[in-house]
Design a protein around this ligand. Sequence first.
Ligand SMILES: [Zn+2]
Length: 333
Amino acid sequence: MISAALISCALAQAPTLHQARELARDVYEGRSARAWALAAPELKTRSRAEARLAKLIASTRANLGAEVRVITEAMVDDEGGTRYQRVSAVSHWARGMELELAFDPAGRLLSLTTRPASRDAPTVSALHQTRADLRLPFEGGWYVLWGGRRYEDNRHTPVPDMRFAMDVFIVRGPGTFSKRGRQNEDYYAWAQPVLAPADGVVVAVVNDVVDNAPNRPRPGVLYGNTVVIDHGGGEFSLLGHLQQRSVTVKRGDVVVAGQQVARCGNSGMSTEPHLHYQLMDAADWRVAQGLPAQFQGFMADGRYVERGEPMRTQVISHAEVEARRESASAPAQ
Ligand SMILES: [Zn+2]
């Protein structure tokens, strides 16, 4: 075991990227010894400083869960000191988190902060044109709570696989539920059929995650029950937060666009019944990069969209492309 004094001696200057990384990893694993060894004198002189630092790190670990992947990291010079910023996907939070470690000029730790990540994940796919003939994966009108390409419109954008994802709910009148909204059954989206957005082969299914009670998201299983469909051409759809045991397809099944594959649920990091949809470039979301998803033939706020990406606050519904074309070209009677 390395003693605290040794670590302090080794760091008489700005920390290297490697050292900052090690410390960040410790925080995500709930270990505080290294952070304490590196703590600046002004931190150490506070009352019960060591116990408070340990508690902070333990609660960070408990609240955010395990680090699933590192999205970006940076060392930033700051008035002689250094800040290390690390954006990660974590298991207990549906969106990205940023961990910031501030060091003084001597490389001692001044502060440790976490906050929801607010910067769009870098992407090389902004110009991607969806190859699959995507249709909306549901019937009827659904409200886009988060959708679009910018963080202002879409809280998914900091996380690479969610970069272009959307969350849809059913809204009637003032809200998403009737009665008091205490049970999933009160929500309009609950148990609604979830459809294959395009032809393909089912490559992953999760079907056994218990649905959450409303507003009690369950840490540890980000998307809850899921179906992932390979459309070919390097495009995969992920449908998430599905109802427990509602998935009616299995790995290897061939599905056609519009076929029901599950029902809308409230599993994983979900506060109420809704559907999470994303297009991505690999079957495993842990390593995939998100792709823009242009759907064909839908209504958005009452206007027909032949091909486009749903945006935040729109109410969207599937419309048959052929039927629309025919009605547009039919001679007036
Ligand atoms: Zn979502």
